[in-house]
Design a protein around this ligand. Structure first.
Ligand SMILES: Nc1nc2c(ncn2[C@@H]2O[C@H](COP(=O)(O)OP(=O)(O)OP(=O)(O)O)[C@@H](O)[C@H]2O)c(=O)[nH]1
Ligand SMILES: [Mg+2]
Length: 244
């Protein structure tokens, strides 16, 4: 049986990366499709995708009205993927921080080893960071420790955004209950999966800093994440994330 996978890539001003990342994903496996969720990028990212889409049915595009955040971009992507019968749904950045070749190992963890959620992890043996500044490493490490301390979730890389979910897991989710944007969204999705008994595995990856285009990282994303983790813990105590 041939199972289809959807690699969901949210974009905001990624005109320098988008076509290369699409090509790099599609050449890996002919069961892989790409969904670009673009937030009306002023640099014309979506128009580039529309052009190549004409000649390749494995390219999908959702155009949104404005910059609505990573969290809702993924939730719309998940709904699209589930509606269209994809078996595995991936999250990936457009900026080549995630090596497209690692998609194969994430896919294998779900398809062969039957994980419900495979996480591309920087903080398990064999994983790591390339070209990151000291401040950024410290921030990311501290975030992971903080999340583990508050939630008790046994995941080393809780802010990771390179993942493969089985449709079986995602179809149990109540997306209306996932309200975080930015980094907190990544934590909230993992926490909800964990609280619903998902089989979660961490696959080591090397994450490298973006080479082209601009960072969207800012202070408000970090502040949101700190508060949101405490809020998540509170909600979990009243079974908010129990979906079935
Ligand atoms: N659709 C959509 N995509 C977004 C939004 N914010 C960021 N992205 C995309 O999400 C992915 C991750 O964002 P990045 O800017 O790379 O964030 P980061 O990896 O934390 O930071 P840098 O790599 O330093 O830029 C990229 O593909 C972005 O284009 C948004 O509001 N809407
Ligand atoms: Mg990035």
């Amino acid at each position: 049986m041939s199972t289809k996978s959807l690699i969901i890539i949210p974009t905001y001003n990624e005109s320098e990366n988008v076509l290369d990342i699409i090509a790099a994903v599609l050449e890996l496996d002919n069961r892989f499709h790409v969904l670009i969720v673009d937030d009306n990028s002023p640099d014309g990212t979506a128009a580039l995708v529309s052009q190549v889409q004409q000649s390749e049915p494995r390219i999908h595009l959702l155009k949104r009205a404005g910059k609505l955040g990573l969290g809702t971009a993924y939730l719309e992507g998940f709904s699209y993927g589930l509606k269209n019968g994809f078996e595995y749904l991936f999250e990936m950045d457009a900026d080549f921080s995630h090596n497209p070749k690692d998609l194969l190992r994430l896919h294998e963890a779900c398809e062969i080893n039957h994980a419900d959620l495979a996480i591309g992890s920087r903080y398990v043996s064999g994983g790591g960071l390339k070209d990151w500044t000291f401040d950024r490493i410290l921030l990311s490490r501290m975030a992971s420790l903080y999340v583990r301390a508050i939630t008790g979730m046994p995941i080393m890389d809780s802010t990771a955004g390179f993942k493969c979910y089985s449709a079986t897991l995602l179809s149990k989710f109540d997306f209306n209950k996932i309200t975080c944007k930015g980094y907190a969204f990544q934590i909230e999705m993992k926490y909800a999966a964990f609280l619903n008994g998902a089989k979660i595995v961490e696959v080591p990856i090397i994450f490298k800093d973006r080479e082209k285009g601009q960072s969207k990282m800012n202070g408000s994303i970090i502040t949101e994440a700190i508060k949101a983790v405490i809020d998540m813990k509170r909600k979990s105590m009243r079974s908010y994330y129990k979906f079935s």
